[in-house]
Ligand binder design. Structure first.
Ligand SMILES: [Zn+2]
Length: 387
């Protein structure tokens, strides 16, 4: 997810924080220190309100983390690789690399998060019972955590994708219809509808004078909306590309250049006349590397005459290469993760083609215009001129 940074690793799972969390942390601390705690526990010093506000906000963060880890650990026990968890206020987003294989697995994975939150809420509620009426900061913190964790559990059970409740809904529709794509669409539409309701309610509260709550709800709605849309796109893409191999969409005659010519010659004789943006670099019949326009731009213009392609290219050791038999569903995340637009296709060390994002998008475009397994929305990026 863009705008996220890593804070650590638990049980082999990277923990990321989205910048939205920082904004929320500040908003939350302010509203706790100036609203919630002074109203419920009058008579503390102002410093106490701020410290308790911050501690409570951070402990809520830990609660969210536990909720998220519950998802990740169940996913992993069910054989789904989990890379990272990104935290956002009401539950995070677990970066689970594959979609669950069956509705049963999806159901378990989804429901364990809210259950964890409800459990934490119940424990905190029981712990604060003996402190009731003491007006102490500890009572305040425990009561706050009890309330928020129960809310967290309930909120996440709202049946809109990608909330846990949306996943529960999806697993149920999936079980009934037998179609993951249909189930995803249903859960995503519900999710977007709920997101718009949050935004509308936020705007209404804002203009009704309840500014902070309004911003809150609007923010949650906006997050839900973008998450629902991107989750939907991703699943549509995956289902459209299921069973398609690299060999089917690759360009089997990629532009190739020898490693020993100069960059100037590469530009004058290959890139400019043929309108290329990249080429495979060949030594003998083996792949030596990949050269792209941006690699050339990293070399000062006055050196183009002297620097050979072999020196400016990305050498094969640093390249990720794929085989013609690999599934596009494995290859596309690889491209996205490494932010590259093309990958060389190699069989037994010999280059047999190149697979590019453009080619994959073109494939989807053609599939769509033929009306088979129609991917919707973002699948239709206009193909630009490729080599
Ligand atoms: Zn969750």
């Amino acid at each position: 997810m863009p705008g996220s940074f890593r804070i650590g690793k638990i049980a082999g799972i990277d923990i990321d924080i989205n910048v939205s969390w920082i904004i929320i942390l500040v908003l939350l601390t302010v509203s706790l220190a100036t609203g919630w705690f002074p109203q419920l526990y009058p008579g503390w010093s102002s410093a106490t309100y701020w410290v308790v506000g911050l501690i409570s906000a951070l402990l809520l963060f830990v609660s969210v983390l536990l909720h998220e880890l519950a998802h990740s650990l169940v996913a992993r026990r069910r054989g789904l690789p989990v890379k990272s968890s990104t935290l956002f206020i009401f539950g995070g987003v677990s970066n689970i690399e594959q979609e669950p294989k069956s509705p049963g697995v999806e159901f378990q994975m989804a429901v364990v998060g809210p259950l964890t939150s409800l459990l934490i809420g119940a424990v905190c509620f029981l712990l604060q019972l003996p402190l009731r009426g003491t007006n102490s900061p500890l009572e305040g913190i425990l009561f706050y955590l009890a309330v928020t964790n129960v809310l967290l559990g309930v909120f996440n059970l709202i049946p809109g994708f990608p909330l846990d409740g949306g996943r529960v809904l999806r697993s149920i529709v999936w079980r009934i219809t037998g179609s993951l794509a249909k189930a995803t669409r249903a859960a995503s539409i519900t999710g977007q509808t709920i997101a718009y309701l949050f935004i509308l309610l936020g705007i209404w509260l804002f203009f009704a004078g309840n500014i902070l709550d309004g911003i809150w709800l609007g923010f949650i709605g906006w997050f839900l909306l973008s998450a629902a849309q991107s989750a939907n796109t991703q699943v549509m893409l995956q289902s459209a590309l299921r069973g398609v191999t690299v060999g089917e969409v690759m360009n089997p005659t990629p532009p190739t250049v020898p490693a020993n010519i100069s960059l100037q010659k590469l530009i004058d004789e290959y890139f400019l006349p043929r309108g290329l943006r990249f080429a495979l670099v060949i030594q003998g019949d083996r792949l030596a590397g990949l050269i792209t326009l941006s690699d050339i731009r990293h070399v000062p213009r006055e050196q183009w005459e002297y620097i050979p392609v072999g020196q400016a290219m990305i050498p094969v050791e640093r390249l990720h290469v794929v085989s013609p038999q690999q599934s596009l569903n494995d290859v596309l995340p690889l491209m996205a993760g490494r932010d590259v637009n093309q990958l060389p296709v190699v069989q037994n060390g010999i280059p047999v083609g190149i697979v590019s994002r453009d080619a994959i998008m073109r494939y989807l475009e053609v599939r769509r215009s033929l009306g088979s397994g129609t991917p919707k929305g973002d699948g239709g990026k206009q193909p630009s001129e490729a080599a």
